[in-house]
Design a protein around this ligand. Structure first.
Ligand SMILES: Nc1ncnc2c1ncn2[C@@H]1O[C@H](COP(=O)(O)OP(=O)(O)OP(=O)(O)O)[C@@H](O)[C@H]1O
Ligand SMILES: [Mg+2]
Length: 391
């Protein structure tokens, strides 16, 4: 973790600009640049719709020009995401200190009145979901070398969060829309540390988690076990997406082929992995490397969490410093295998009911997260997870 206190201390807003209660809360906060609401209003031209660049589960994102000339992505957290100043600032302070080439930089935040706003470095080339996996609106061509570099970059960023930041950070929402690209197409992981900003009384909006269901490790979806292994599972799904150029789920395909992991497992068993590589590359790719990446994707998504390699090993496998052992690849954990479950219980009860259908993960490392799961079909699946705030 790199800390640049000289960068932040110099810029911390004069405390006098905030109301006295907030001044007191902010007094211990050293590293975070605090913006006034007015500053961000000016930067985003009054949060004008023309400057709105996206909307996610936490709120709306605006492009803005800061006083210092830097372009920023200004994320206005929705009303439900607003928690107490101290709690909020404690988390923000942790995120502010984290610097890595493959992580989006948090410039600072705003905590005036009810407002909770995050100010990030703006990335010029949008997210992987809107470019590589989008519906053809992007004019970026991702050749094999670029994809390989992107996969390695994401793995490095996640390895940093998992193994170098102290205490380590579980991202909890690794997915294509949280991988942003700068002007040289260097990938940057966004939204790390954000899950902890959700107040404990607030559960995820069902639509939001349903949108990311294809990335959820089974033990996370079923038991709410939020561990690094769940992130590694999501990374594995993303890796297969990047190599294949296909989204994790395509309900227009016949049953049995709708989930990319099902297909990856099938072609792996038939020793035809190269057939899954994106056809838009027109055969112009390093087949050995691409197949290796797909195998790593399968290693990361194995049903048993402890079989998934740590991110530092994933980086080494991707870069060729460590061999990938084919014989170690076991069947991926597929949430679709669980779709016939109909459960709506608080955790204790849920564990009892689920254990008869799902028994691969041990409850011992569960961290007290409660969840309800209602799963009937891919189309109508609704998850409501209450995050464990202690992680
Ligand atoms: N730092 C940034 N630079 C450029 N664009 C960004 C930045 N952060 C977010 N965006 C844009 O805003 C969109 C919405 O981001 P946001 O994180 O709110 O939602 P999401 O990633 O789609 O979903 P989720 O809330 O689950 O993370 C992104 O898809 C991206 O296009
Ligand atoms: Mg996001």
């Amino acid at each position: 973790m790199t800390c640049f206190p000289f960068l932040f201390r110099k810029n911390v807003s004069p405390v006098a600009k905030h109301d006295p209660d907030i001044n007191e809360e902010l007094s211990g906060i050293q590293n975070t640049r605090v913006y006034t609401y007015k500053e961000l209003k000016i930067a985003s031209d009054n949060f004008s719709p023309a400057n709105k660049i996206g909307e996610g589960g936490f709120g709306s994102v605006y492009k803005g020009l800061l006083k210092n000339g830097k372009v920023a992505a200004i994320k206005v957290l929705s009303a439900e995401s607003r928690q107490g100043v101290r709690e909020f600032m404690t988390e923000i302070n942790v995120i502010s200190e984290i610097e890595h080439e493959n992580l989006v930089k948090l410039y600072g935040c705003c905590v005036e009145g009810n407002q909770r706003i995050l100010v990030y470095n703006y990335l010029e080339n949008n997210s992987l979901s809107q470019t590589l996996l989008g519906s053809g609106h992007s004019n970026i061509y991702f050749d094999w070398k670029t994809r390989s570099r992107i996969c390695i970059g994401i793995a490095r960023g996640l390895a940093f969060l998992h193994e170098e930041v102290r205490p380590y950070i579980v991202h909890r929402d690794i997915k294509a829309s949280n991988i942003l690209l700068d002007k040289t197409l260097t990938p940057k992981i966004s939204d790390f540390g954000l899950a902890k900003l959700i107040p404990s009384h607030m559960t995820h909006a069902s639509t939001r988690v349903a949108g990311t269901i294809g990335y959820l490790a089974p033990e996370y979806a079923i038991r709410g076990q939020v561990t690094r292994k769940a992130d590694i599972y999501s990374f594995g799904v993303l890796l297969v997406e990047i190599v294949s150029g296909r989204c994790h789920t395509n309900t227009r395909l016949p049953m049995g082929e709708q989930y990319i992991l099902e297909t990856a497992w099938e072609v792996f068993q038939r020793r035809e992995l190269a057939g899954l590589v994106d056809i838009s590359l027109n055969g112009d790719f390093d087949a050995e490397e691409a197949c290796k990446f797909l195998k790593i994707g399968l290693l990361c998504t194995q049903d048993t969490p402890k079989l998934r390699p740590p991110m530092s090993s994933v980086v080494k496998m991707l870069t060729g410093e460590m061999d990938v052992d084919d014989s170690k690849v076991t069947k991926p954990g597929l949430i679709s295998d669980l779709m016939d479950l109909k459960v709506r219980e608080e955790r204790g009860d849920a564990d009892r009911k689920i254990s008869s259908s799902y028994s691969t993960s041990s409850p011992s490392d569960s961290q007290g997260t409660t969840m309800s799961l209602v799963a009937s079909s891919a189309a109508s699946t609704t998850f409501t997870i209450k995050y464990d705030q202690s992680l």
